[in-house]
Design a protein around this ligand. Structure first.
Ligand code: ATP
Ligand code: MG
Length: 285
């Protein structure tokens, strides 16, 4: 059987969560510092460990069939690949930053100025859309030092907390692109490989849905059941079992992570007691 070739980052901010996701999908493979490739023992897949910048190109060329990469790198490289799904990790943004003492008036500040970045395409597009004529200097790393050494007046770089900017005397002034990890695939996969990709996506969806839901068990007076199950409708419908105590039932259902506490508080007000909240490992509809 053909194996699906999966490219993930060898070492960096995408690596751990990429490996964790495939493992949560039940796909076993070895990861080692010196390893460049690893075959799964229980799924027809072969993992390639690469620099993140090379992943979109390798997937476009068919060296790898699928890959995980940051949206920032994907859009910057403009490769023709299929976006399969967003993965919700390695969230960050690409932002313009200037020296901390600059009184920033808006994007027009950059008119006629120079900006250092590793993302000339994304930045170029942003400047064009905003009608700003600036000089873009490409630097492949350590972009934050550019203003300090007099190379540029501003930078455009990845920010998550802003700590790196701050320690280099810079401040974030303009977020221009939001990024997260994306699963990508080659545009012309064989039927056989598409089927393998479908199996992986099905498993990833089950893992992701489980992460955003909790299993909830609670006891409630019978006359409050209807109001409570309005808040907690469950996958098809909740399970309701009578308790030994007359007039009381136990309700089992799933609850979404968003508004979780608000919903628990509302159910307590309605008379729910003995509330147990349990994590779900996989969720399949
Ligand atoms: P490589 O050696 O593979 O080229 P790299 O140094 O270019 O690695 P990393 O710093 O590991 O890249 O970042 C990989 C991706 O993770 C980035 O392209 C971005 O999508 C995301 N990322 C970068 N910084 C952060 C951050 N601080 N928080 C969350 N995600 C981030
Ligand atoms: Mg890189």
């Amino acid at each position: 059987m053909k194996k699906l070739k999966i490219a993930i980052q060898k070492s960096g901010r995408l690596s751990d969560d990429s490996v964790k996701l495939f493992k949560a999908c039940g796909i076993k493979f070895e990861v080692g510092k010196s390893k460049l490739m690893s075959e799964s023992k229980n799924f027809p897949a072969e993992f390639l460990f690469l620099r993140d910048d090379d992943i979109p190109g390798y997937v476009a060329d068919g060296v790898a069939d699928v890959g995980i990469v940051g949206d920032n790198v994907l859009v910057e490289h403009e490769c023709h690949v299929n976006r399969v799904k967003s993965l919700g990790f390695s969230k960050c943004r690409l932002s313009l930053a200037v020296a901390r003492d600059v009184d920033y008036p808006g994007v027009s500040y950059f008119e006629g100025k120079s900006i250092a970045t590793s993302y000339p395409n994304i930045l170029g597009k942003f400047l064009k859309e905003n009608g700003v004529d600036a000089q873009v200097h490409f630097i492949s790393g350590s972009v934050e030092i550019a203003p300090g050494i007099g190379l540029a007046e501003g930078v455009c770089d990845i920010v998550s907390t802003g700590g790196t900017l701050l320690s280099n005397g810079l401040k974030e002034v303009e977020p221009i692109f939001n990024s997260e990890a994306i699963l990508i695939s080659n545009n012309s996969l064989s039927e056989e490989k598409l089927e393998l990709l479908d199996r992986i996506v099905f498993r990833m969806n089950a893992v992701q849905t489980a992460d955003t839901h909790k299993y909830v068990l609670l006891n409630a007076p019978n006359d409050k059941i209807e109001a409570i199950i309005n808040i907690m409708p469950g996958m098809k419908s909740p399970t309701i079992t009578p308790l030994a105590k007359e007039g009381w039932s136990s309700i089992h259902s799933v609850l979404k992570e968003n508004d979780f506490w608000e919903n628990i508080e509302a159910m307590r007000k309605m008379g729910a007691e003995g509330i147990l909240v349990i994590p779900i490992e996989k969720m399949i509809f």
